[in-house]
Design a protein around this ligand. Structure first.
Ligand SMILES: Cc1cc2nc3c(=O)[nH]c(=O)nc-3n(C[C@H](O)[C@H](O)[C@H](O)COP(=O)(O)OP(=O)(O)OC[C@H]3O[C@@H](n4cnc5c(N)ncnc54)[C@H](O)[C@@H]3O)c2cc1C
Length: 274
């Protein structure tokens, strides 16, 4: 049953500083950005939270810019902002490819990168991209700012190192050496939650990340090491079985996901050859 709207409260800070002060005063407040994930919880009555802080008006969190040599994408950047950004297209085309496949235009216009990260779903489409890109998450509280390597951001299923008084303010990505590749496999070509997705970089150091194969996004370091060292695809696929052990769930079986992961690794390698 939908949550009774009369039980909800919403604060609307005008500045990031004001938002951080509100969270410092009361860490039980829940930030909302595009509200595309939160609204689903409210609609189905599954969300416990009742008191929210609306970040949508904080334009200072929306910018996409270069702070040489870093590409800095504000947490409130939407998928549409990412798709339209010449900077992201140039520096992280695999993020643009992932953004194009998130939901439909309505979700792309409202859903934010920060929301996808904070929501921490194993099926979050941007997460393998950020892992393969070696991104850093910028977290800010009233006490200051810290940067967390994306590979160390999640601590388990839907948990992260983010404290309740902290907001994700941006993601930072250094220039990436090599060809980038992205694929999402769902029940349909569009508007489908991922059964499995891969983001990969073929450079001097191969980097491969999978989503929807574990409680959190996984960097396939063993498979990547085989490919970096010039090993055969069959050996990389065998190594991949040490990196991931997908489980059965409502969307797919573990066996199917493992087979598709091996196929995707092979497709990545063939399509980025030469
Ligand atoms: C119809 C539909 C289709 C969808 N399709 C896809 C899809 O294909 N792929 C995909 O990955 N996702 C999909 N989603 C999920 C969702 O749209 C994304 O996860 C989106 O990026 C969430 O961003 P948001 O700004 O709307 O987050 P919100 O709903 O506002 O927030 C989500 C969570 O993040 C927290 N949060 C938000 N911003 C911050 C911040 N800056 N700092 C700290 N915490 C924060 C909130 O407290 C909340 O817990 C879909 C959702 C719907 C409803």
């Amino acid at each position: 049953m939908p949550t009774d709207a009369r039980s909800l409260s919403l604060k609307r800070p005008r500045t990031l500083k004001a938002a951080l002060a509100m969270l410092a005063d009361d860490p039980t407040l829940t930030p909302i950005a595009g509200c595309t994930d939160v609204f689903v919880g409210l609609h189905f009555g599954t969300l416990e939270q009742r008191r929210f802080v609306d970040l949508w008006g904080l334009d200072e969190l929306r910018a996409i810019r270069i702070d040489r040599p870093v590409l800095r994408i504000g947490a409130l950047a939407t998928y549409t902002d990412i798709i339209k950004s010449a900077l992201v297209r140039k520096r992280v085309p695999m993020l643009v490819a992932a953004a194009r496949e998130v939901g439909g235009p309505q979700i792309q216009n409202r859903g934010t990168l920060g929301g996808n990260i904070a929501n921490a779903s194993p099926a979050g489409d941007t997460l393998p991209v950020l892992a393969a890109a070696g991104a850093r998450v910028v977290l800010r509280s009233i006490a200051g700012e810290r940067r967390v390597p994306f590979a160390g951001f999640y601590t388990g299923y839907r948990t992260s190192v983010r404290r309740p008084d902290e907001l994700i303010t941006a993601v930072e990505i250094l220039p990436i050496a090599g060809r980038q590749w992205w694929r999402k496999v769902g029940a349909r070509r569009a508007q489908a939650i991922s059964k499995i997705m891969i983001a990969a970089v073929r450079g001097p150091q191969v980097r491969v990340a999978f989503g929807s194969v574990a409680p959190t996004v996984v960097l396939a370091t063993a498979a990547a090491a085989v490919l970096t060292g010039g090993g055969a695809m069959a050996d990389a696929q065998a190594a991949l079985r040490r990196d991931i052990a997908p489980i059965d769930d409502v969307r797919s079986t573990g066996e199917y996901r493992m087979q598709v992961a091996e196929n995707l690794l092979d497709e990545f390698w063939r399509e980025t050859d030469g």
